[in-house]
Design a protein around this ligand. Structure first.
Ligand code: HEM
Ligand code: HEM
Length: 266
């Protein structure tokens, strides 16, 4: 919730009357909130913000990542041959690593079914935006290694940048393989099917790990180019327009209705 946002002293003069910093609801506050198609508001320090992900997407994302992090920790613990030796998760919960893993695995499988059944529309948008590769994406990738530090990303028009689109496809594919093979492992208790599921499950675990680690490093905003983007998925799901414009220029312009980020946001 935006109420936890800190109030820095560099309040922007454009922030307007005091009531714009009033009870932070995470919704539009302050000037600009009612300017036509403009979906922007201001944060408590008066910087213009824009809503990136709706509440339902944020809660789904949070549930998935709690499950995936538990699965990664317990799965790797088992893979490294520590089955008899409780991991920190097993010690905290008092449940064996195998059981924590299997129960959390069922939770992730349930979330997947829920997403498909209840969130079909959201998935369609997510998928459509993730497979939309365009001319110019190659140039974006060439500039990317330097841009993560300088913030000078190549231009792209998507809701997701080209790197996110690749990550989305790999994440969805590998997580689906993990869910299917994991359910297989949980249901059969031996024989050639178990061996086959175990091999598939293990290889998918190898594939998903670097992608999740990379995503968390990027999305946490510790790299200068991605500073501030963590807010897109946390608290009110609103990030500063300046940060949004740097990473998703076309999307930000369409959302705010402004072709150029106002000078005071640079
Ligand atoms: C992020 C997702 C997941 C990751 C990274 C992951 C990783 C792993 C790893 C590395 C192992 C050990 C394999 C070995 O020792 O050869 C394992 C085992 C297992 N996983 Fe997963 N897994 C995931 C999701 C799931 C799901 C969704 C289920 C579904 C219920 C599941 C069920 C199992 C089962 C039953 C085992 C065998 C446990 C045992 O009896 O030793 N996993 N997993
Ligand atoms: C551990 C399992 C996780 C999975 C499977 C996952 C998956 C995803 C996916 C598929 C997206 C959609 C767009 C994109 O690719 O960026 C996303 C967005 C996002 N994730 Fe995660 N995530 C995980 C963990 C985290 C964590 C721990 C953070 C904490 C910083 C995080 C922060 C974000 C943010 C800020 C976005 C919004 C990006 C945007 O608006 O485009 N994620 N995540």
């Amino acid at each position: 919730m935006a109420a936890t946002e800190h109030h820095d002293s560099a309040a922007d003069p454009a922030a307007g009357p005091a009531e714009s910093a009033g009870p932070a609801t995470g919704r539009d506050v302050g000037p600009g909130a009612d300017s036509g198609a403009d979906d922007s508001g201001t944060d408590l320090s008066g910087k213009t913000t824009v809503e990136r992900n709706p509440r339902v997407a944020r809660w789904f994302h949070a549930a998935v990542y709690v499950a995936v992090i538990l699965l990664l920790v317990t799965g790797w613990w088992l893979l490294l041959g520590n089955e008899g030796d409780p991991s920190v998760v097993a010690r905290i919960t008092g449940v064996s690593d195998t059981d924590v893993h299997t129960v959390t695995g069922w939770v992730l499988a349930g979330l997947t079914v829920l997403a498909v059944v209840v969130g079909a529309k959201g998935w369609r948008t997510f998928w459509r935006e993730s497979v939309r590769f365009q001319h110019g994406d190659g140039a974006w990738f060439r500039r990317w290694p330097a841009a993560v530090l300088t913030g000078r990303f190549g231009r792209h028009e998507g809701r997701f940048d080209p790197g996110q689109r690749v990550a989305n496809l790999v994440l969805v594919a590998t997580l689906l393989v993990l869910v299917v093979s994991g359910v297989g492992l949980a249901l059969v208790s031996g024989g050639p099917a178990f061996v086959w599921f175990a091999a598939v499950h293990r290889w998918a675990a190898y594939a998903v790990t670097p992608v999740v680690v990379g995503h968390v490093i990027i999305a946490s905003g510790i790299l200068p180019g991605y500073r501030g983007v963590w807010r897109a998925m946390h608290l009110g799901g609103r990030l500063r327009e300046r940060d949004a414009h740097r990473v998703w220029p076309g999307w930000t312009e369409r959302t705010t209705g402004r072709t150029h980020t106002p000078r005071h946001l640079h």
